[in-house]
Design a protein around this ligand. Structure first.
Ligand code: SF4
Length: 198
């Protein structure tokens, strides 16, 4: 399997779908290539497209804050989106765009091999779980997925738009991050895996 930087370099010139025409750059992902925890959002927005990094701006700051509250730094996780190029006007990606970008996501997950995958918002959750679910119903729960654990939660941008730090959504988001921390603490450790205990 090739290394993450090779995959990112390859993706940086991707023209598999029409989103290549309007992007400033491909927004591949950021963080630790060996992370046990991966966050998956929807698609780059305006600032992400300009800066080439996912989850910058207010939503990114909230994500950093939530990570800090459970004792994890942004550098220790991997953050990316289902779609690598900004859809025009931040519209939802179209089915053929998702199909075109899926191999890049599959490859990132295979290379990074995270134990816990957190989907942010309805959209990424439905894409990863492969079914029509409501984020308010499934948030904070653990779902087994390809030998990993998926934990859906609200998208930080949605929480900021829906009332911010004092909202019920923010309380729920905080509770979900405690669940993320618990799932990470319970993941099989390498020594245990080698002993065949899991
Ligand atoms: S969105 Fe994905 S598939 Fe489409 S051009 Fe960008 S990197 Fe390629």
């Amino acid at each position: 399997m090739r290394r993450l930087e090779e995959a990112a370099l390859d993706a940086s010139t991707c023209t598999r779908c029409r989103l290549s025409q309007g992007r400033t750059q491909v927004v591949y992902g950021v963080g630790d290539p060996n992370a046990d925890l991966m966050f998956i959002g929807e698609a780059p927005g305006f600032h992400e497209d300009k800066q080439g990094e996912p989850f910058v701006g207010a939503a990114g700051q909230l994500l950093n804050q939530l990570l800090s509250e459970i004792g994890i730094s942004r550098q220790d996780v991997y953050i990316n989106n289902v779609i690598l190029c900004r859809p025009p006007g931040n519209r939802d990606p179209l089915p053929d765009e998702l199909d075109a970008c899926k191999p890049w996501l599959d490859e990132r997950i295979a290379i990074i091999d995270p134990a816990v995958v957190v989907t942010l918002g309805n959209w990424a959750t439905r894409y990863i779980l492969g079914r029509q679910v409501s984020i308010s119903r499934v948030r904070g729960q653990r779902f087994p997925w390809s030998s990993r654990t998926v934990i859906p939660t609200f998208h930080p941008a949605a929480v900021l738009h829906g009332g911010g730090q004092a909202s019920n959504q923010m309380t729920a988001l905080r509770a979900d991050f405690q669940e993320i921390r618990a799932a990470l603490a319970e993941r099989p450790q390498p020594a245990e895996e080698q002993l065949g205990l899991f």
